[in-house]
Design a protein around this ligand. Structure first.
Ligand code: G3P
Ligand code: CA
Length: 270
């Protein structure tokens, strides 16, 4: 009887160690620390200065916003106009690449960044692909017919479409656009961005509608609670929360076992 109890106890201990070890390994291995627009808390957003700072601060992914110029070139900028983040005025889609890259994209933040320019997507990929994970947001893609094909092509010619190690993730608020990307690049993980109030939370019906094309459901931090994260996980999605700029938010989200956090201050995520 005693021997039997010892054997049961032994089996239980081995099983427990295996399960807890795997869980730890999974958490440690897969947690994603994303620099939002690079390190937008320290540098002018979506510039090389910002991306380099994010890497220096330990980000293992860079988040960027993509839009398109008049001559069909992909550029990295958040707003549909250049007004807020450059010394120019006007809509991104009314500039050629050459014109938009002649603008100063750093002085609005601080004079020491006056040499910063709006990066093209191609320059960005040439510099960072393979060195750090890329979280690519298609910003207002309905303004830019054909943008999905252009993005897909830039990734295809660089061999970045295997989906290996989640090296590239593409996300948007626009579900139609993300379905298109999924059709073009079926191995690339897709994220759906969600911005709602806690009260008008995300319904199961909505979650179910993402199942066929998305891997991530990424909510705004202000709408997150433990139950929402659990429901996202129960539907089989991973989740990366944005924009996590407070230590208190980070600590809470750690307890909810989110898969990644997106921050203007990537050092906060260490
Ligand atoms: O990565 C998510 C987040 O960037 C979405 O909002 O406005 O900062 O692009 P926004
Ligand atoms: Ca973004």
């Amino acid at each position: 009887m005693r021997a039997f109890a010892t054997i049961i106890l032994f089996i239980f201990m081995v099983a427990y160690r295996m399960v807890s070890g795997l869980t730890k390994e999974r958490r440690g291995h897969s947690f994603i620390k994303i620099g939002h627009r690079g390190a937008a808390g320290y540098c002018p957003e979506n510039t090389f200065a910002s991306f380099n700072k994010a890497l220096e601060l330990g980000a293992n992914y860079l988040e960027i916003d993509i839009q398109m110029t008049r001559d069909g070139e992909l550029v990295i900028i958040h707003d549909p106009t250049v007004n807020r983040t450059t010394n120019g005025k006007g809509r991104v889609r009314d500039f050629t690449l050459k014109e938009i890259q002649s603008l100063d994209a750093g002085s609005w933040y601080h004079s020491k960044f006056s040499k910063e320019r709006i990066p093209s997507f191609s320059e960005f990929l040439n510099t960072y692909a393979g060195k750090v994970g890329l979280l690519i947001e298609l910003k207002k893609p309905h303004l830019y017919p054909g943008i999905e094909e252009k993005v897909a092509n830039e990734l295809l010619i660089r061999g970045l479409v295997s989906g290996e190690n989640n090296q590239v993730i593409i996300q948007s608020f626009d579900q139609i656009s993300m379905k298109r990307i999924h059709h073009l690049l079926p191995n690339i993980p897709i994220g759906i961005l969600i911005k709602k109030t806690k009260i008008n939370g995300l319904s199961n019906k909505e979650l179910e509608s993402y199942v066929n094309f998305a891997t991530y459901v990424n909510p705004k931090v202000t709408m997150v609670n433990k139950r929402l994260i659990r429901r996202i996980h129960q539907h089989g999605f991973k989740t990366m929360v944005w924009t996590v700029n407070k230590r208190s938010e980070k600590n809470l989200l750690k307890n909810y076992s989110v898969d990644g956090m997106i921050s203007d201050y990537p050092d906060l995520l260490k």
